[in-house]
Design a protein around this ligand. Structure first.
Ligand code: NDP
Length: 270
């Protein structure tokens, strides 16, 4: 049989490039889990994916109810789940005020971490049942969340503190930041990526032996051209790609990053 891979946020950038790379192997059926159905369908067509290689299913990670509905819908298709790729993210570096998910959590951590946390937890049961020998759950991390890198040392640095903001609901009443501090959109993104990476480490520690699932996070390289930077100031958007290409040399194309993520997600297709 073909393997089944779920990829969140496959309607653009890295997620789309990964979906394409998987579909091109001819050995995978890709479930594109996206918040904008039409955009995802158009995106799949625009990169030449053929109809039988993918299905678009609605998933809005900024709503925990939508996450549950996605899991129900996926189960109704009665397909096995062999690989889960948690790729979607929002980044709001210039936001002056926090915005919130359907359940009222600050949107970067709410979408990137809490939405994926629930999705991972629910779909773990489905991955457990798969007979694929190399079942995996992969999340896209970022070096901006690691203070042992140059990019991770550009302020504001990621810092979860003692989690007091998270404990108090992350809803803006006490604080909308995990560490309880003042709202900062760039930091909220970095914090969410730290949570992503820690979640995979902890899932691996708790569940790898029992389930055979490999949990990992990866940094795909700096794909300076994706929509992730859509909310940044225009000057940043102009200078960031050449800066990454010629100065840090950390730039990778969407296509190359997609191939990397596909390689990490799948080792030995059926
Ligand atoms: P894009 O903005 O192109 O892609 C992000 C995707 O996430 C889009 O498909 C978007 O959907 C989706 N998304 C956003 N919010 C939601 C939501 N509420 N529910 C469902 N889907 C949602 O950025 P990238 O391709 O660059 O980002 C992909 C991943 O790579 C992210 O996890 C990012 O943190 C990570 N990354 C990126 C780097 C880079 O240099 N670009 C570097 C390191 C990590 P829609 O199309 O509807 O907007």
């Amino acid at each position: 049989r073909k393997g089944t891979a779920v990829i969140t946020g496959a309607s653009s950038g890295l997620g789309l490039a990964t979906a394409k790379a998987l579909a091109e192997t001819g050995k995978w059926h890709v479930i594109m889990a996206c918040r904008n159905f039409l955009k995802a369908e158009k995106a799949a067509k625009s990169v030449g994916m053929s109809k039988e290689d993918y299905t678009v299913m609605h998933l809005d990670l900024a709503s925990l109810e939508s996450v549950k509905q996605f899991v129900d819908n996926f189960r109704r298709t009665e397909q096995p789940l062999d690989v889960l790729v948690c790729n979607a993210a929002v980044y709001q570096p210039t936001a002056k005020e926090p915005s919130f998910t359907a359940e009222g959590f600050e949107i970067s951590v709410g979408t990137n971490h809490l939405g994926h946390f629930l999705l991972s937890r629910l779909l773990l049961d489905d991955l457990k049942k798969s007979d694929y020998p190399s079942k995996r759950m992969i999340i896209v991390g970022s070096i901006t969340g690691n203070t042992n890198t140059l990019a991770g040392n550009v302020p504001p640095k990621a810092n979860l503190g003692d989690l007091r903001g998270l404990a108090s609901g992350l809803n803006g009443q006490n604080s909308s930041m995990i560490d309880g501090g003042e709202f900062d959109g760039a930091k909220a993104y970095k914090d969410s990526k730290v949570c992503n990476m820690l979640t995979m480490q902890e899932l691996h520690r708790r569940y790898h032996e029992e389930t055979g699932v490999t949990f990992a996070s990866l940094y795909p390289g700096c794909i300076a051209t994706t929509g992730l930077f859509r909310e940044h100031i225009p000057l940043f958007r102009l200078l960031f790609p050449p800066f990454q290409k010629y100065i840090t040399k950390g730039y990778v194309s969407e296509e190359e990053a997609g191939k990397r993520l596909a390689q990490v997600s799948l080792q030995t297709p059926f």
